[in-house]
Design a protein around this ligand. Structure first.
Ligand code: PLP
Length: 385
């Protein structure tokens, strides 16, 4: 038999995050490896979806989403960032931010195109690039502030470079890109005529006075940026699969056609639930969310410090990378397994966020957990010898 798996299959093998969740279940541990928020879904969002289902909004929607949701996204984007987006042509509602990025890559990249991505990275970004035939090229972010050099961007550039991915606030580092850094990226993208694909899914998870600046608002970036976000995290609805891409109609039309091909549409009644939430919830909801997660961040960071695993305190998102170099083991996987055995707390080995041997001294802890679960994890971490 000559049948075999595709060459790209190796990139979507069991991820380290899934592996750690399985290991965690095996020992009945506390899973801080996966980014699943178990905080409450806003009642208005749940009720909106229920009502939509009862009212018969259960069939395919237009390829770019229901107008009620597209309008709600445009209104919210204008309210929070000042960005003007036309709900007729400049928005595609997709199956989460993940679906939006996948369709963006299918629409705008050719096989062999290179895409610059900052490291440590979110593994799905890499897998999405590879699955669509593109090649990731890495630019290092340097701890503790996860800064980068303009020269490293230039070194990463080749005549095949088509795009750069910016994830702000970032998973796993929690980095919030500053205005100056985004200006550097903008100048680079304009100079080399590149697309900018953003992932702003953590836009409301900000700490220590940090503000979210959508890259699309920078001079020269409006036309070349595909802004990607979604409500998985903000409304704690990771399983609903509702996200979106925003950008110039020239690109969004085709991104929408790929969305139609791959997903047809995001779940119809859930689109309504999300639209109701976006329309009903104001600043106080988003500020409350950030306050709630700041408390969680501080709880886990204090415990990591006490456990002798110094955290690289994040400015955004809901993960913290900690230095686990003092734990026994030859690499981050062995160290994370030691931690799981000793404390029953599962974290993701740092190597999952680096290519070619980086991150071996790091582990990522997710703090999107209910406070009692987090308190128990903190207590267990403090028992570490
Ligand atoms: N982007 C980043 C950076 C993430 O960390 C995650 C989830 O962990 C996602 C996207 C997934 O978003 P969605 O559920 O909207 O597909």
């Amino acid at each position: 038999m000559n049948l075999r798996l595709s060459e790209r299959h190796a990139w979507v093998l069991q991820s380290e995050i899934r592996n750690m969740s399985i290991e965690c279940d095996r020992v009945g541990g506390i899973n801080l490896s996966q980014g699943v928020c178990d905080t409450e879904v806003p009642p208005v969002v749940r009720q909106g979806a229920r009502e939509a289902m009862d009212q018969g909004i259960n069939t395919y929607t237009r390829y770019d989403g229901l107008v009620e949701l597209r309008q709600a996204i445009a209104d919210k984007q204008r309210r929070f960032t000042g960005m003007a987006v036309d709900p007729e042509g400049e928005i595609v509602v997709s199956a989460g931010a993940t679906g939006a990025l996948y369709c963006t890559c299918l629409a705008l990249l050719n096989p062999g195109d290179e895409v610059i991505i900052f490291e440590p990275f979110y593994g799905y970004h890499i897998s999405t690039l590879v699955a669509t035939g593109a090649t990731p090229v890495y630019v290092p972010l340097c701890p503790p502030d996860w800064s980068f050099q303009r020269e490293s961007l230039e070194r990463a550039w080749t005549s095949r470079t088509r795009a750069i991915i910016v994830n702000t606030p970032a998973n796993p580092s929690g980095k919030v890109f500053t205005a100056e850094e985004l200006q550097t990226i903008a100048a680079f993208a304009v100079h080399h005529d590149l697309f900018v694909f953003t992932d702003e899914i953590y836009e409301h998870f900000l700490y220590d006075g940090c503000r979210h600046l959508p890259p699309a608002l920078l001079p020269g970036l409006g036309e070349r940026t595909i802004t990607i976000s979604g409500l998985s995290k903000t409304f704690s609805i990771t399983g609903w699969r509702v996200g979106y891409a925003l950008g110039d109609a020239r690109w969004l039309q085709t991104i929408g056609h790929f969305n139609d091909l791959v997903y047809v549409c995001a779940p119809a009644p859930l689109q309504i639930g999300v639209a109701r939430g976006l329309n009903a919830l104001g600043d106080d909801y988003y500020e409350g969310l950030a306050r709630q997660y700041l408390h969680k961040r501080d709880m886990i960071c204090r415990a990591l410090t006490d456990a002798g695993l110094p955290p690289l305190v994040p400015q955004g998102a809901y993960y913290v990378l900690a230095d686990i170099s003092r734990l026994p083991g030859g690499n981050s996987k062995e160290r994370a397994m030691h931690l799981l055995r000793e404390t029953g707390v599962a974290a993701v080995p740092g190597s999952a966020f680096y290519h070619e041997g980086g991150g071996e001294d790091l582990a990522r802890f997710c703090f999107a957990k209910d406070d009692p679960v987090l308190a128990e994890a903190a207590a267990r971490l403090r028992t570490l010898k």
